[in-house]
Design a protein around this ligand. Structure first.
Ligand SMILES: Nc1ncnc2c1ncn2[C@@H]1O[C@H](COP(=O)(O)OP(=O)(O)OP(=O)(O)O)[C@@H](O)[C@H]1O
Ligand SMILES: [Mg+2]
Length: 327
């Protein structure tokens, strides 16, 4: 396989939608100067709240929406792209799943027999072999989604643009697709851009994330680097309820949340701003000779990092009663 992979560069995209609402003109600034890169052989997750501008950006990249300003560079020129657009399952509903794969495979240059064998292979990868000969209109929504994804992959394109590929899929299907996407990037040298609202999906598949909010890119970073940057000294402490009652007045002065009580134990998560806070807490625990069952440093979750970028405040010092204590 050629080792110079496909990539995309997006520079300074601006797009304002003008719609004629009754009695007034509405303008929506969908993209407000969007720039980022989708490097080769990697999965880039394009994240952002509803209405942030993800689908619009993808449509601009695909040439389906004309930007007011900015440019998109796709290398190599004319490279084949596998596309899954949000909510649109680009399938012929009266054709069977396999017929769709053959149709689109042939349309994109495969021979009929190539398209058929590749199509069957993809259908069985996605656990749909038994449904190959059913018309798409009779399949469930999740099955249709998987057929649409298979169609995007049928001609083995180097570049994949997938808008919410795991939306509405059951757990095992979503896991299979996550694994497949990793394999496509790592072993088959694909370049992949996906959008998702499922942070576990982004966390599991993405090498990099681009976070967009109100039409602007607010972060573009490798996932491991992002986690390193956001590495705070967060600690999880599990201790007997009696100990928390005794020491809680002092320990509770450190920023904390997620107080859980069950089975005579309390779980507290301390969110310490820096190393100094960490040492202060350790000193306080030592002075009080606090007995505990578990004390562990926590890795920041992509979800929390995302929320910091898009500015949704997270509950601080929230006290919740319900929930089970983990082992
Ligand atoms: N054809 C259109 N006409 C008018 N406004 C539009 C059009 N398409 C998108 N918009 C607006 O542009 C903004 C960005 O929409 P977009 O679909 O790109 O968001 P998104 O990030 O994909 O959101 P979601 O997570 O909900 O899919 C929104 O305010 C949306 O209402
Ligand atoms: Mg969208």
């Amino acid at each position: 396989m050629e080792r110079s992979g496909a990539w995309i560069e997006v520079r300074g995209l601006r797009k304002t939608f003008r719609t004629l609402a009754p009695f007034r003109r509405r303008e929506t600034v969908a993209l407000d100067g969007v720039s980022f890169t989708v490097p080769p052989f990697q999965v880039t997750a394009f994240l952002g709240p509803n209405g942030a501008g993800k689908t619009t950006t993808i449509k601009v990249i695909l040439g389906l929406v004309l930007p007011d300003q900015g440019e998109v560079r796709i290398e190599p020129l004319g490279v084949a792209m596998g596309v899954l657009l949000e909510g649109v399952r680009n399938l012929y509903w009266r054709l069977t799943a396999l017929e769709n794969l053959i149709y689109f495979g042939v349309l994109r240059g495969l021979s009929r027999s190539q398209a058929q064998s590749r199509g069957m292979e993809l259908l069985s990868d996605f656990d749909l072999a038994g449904h190959a000969h059913r018309p798409v209109s009779t399949l469930s929504r999740g099955m249709q989604q998987k057929v649409a994804l298979a169609v995007a992959l049928v001609n083995d394109p180097p570049l994949l643009m997938l808008d919410e590929p795991t939306l509405g899929l059951d757990i095992s299907s979503a896991l299979a697709i996550r694994a497949r996407l990793r394999q496509l990037a790592e072993q088959e040298g694909k370049t992949i851009l996906i959008t998702t609202h499922q942070m576990d999906v982004a966390e599991a598949v993405a090498d990099r994330v681009v976070i967009i909010n109100h039409g602007r890119v607010v972060a573009e970073e490798r996932v491991d680097e992002l986690k390193r940057l956001f590495q705070r000294s967060d600690l999880e402490l599990i201790l007997p309820a009696g100990e928390w009652e005794r020491a809680g007045q002092v320990l509770g002065q450190f920023p904390h949340r997620q107080l859980e009580r069950s089975g005579g134990r309390v779980r507290v998560r301390f969110e310490l701003p820096d190393l100094a806070g960490f040492y202060d807490l350790m000193r306080a625990m030592a002075e009080l000779r606090v007995e505990f069952e578990r004390l562990a440093q926590l890795e920041p979750k992509l979800e929390e990092i995302f929320l910091q970028f898009v500015g949704i405040p997270r509950p601080v010092g929230a006290v919740g009663g319900a929930g089970q204590l983990g082992g």
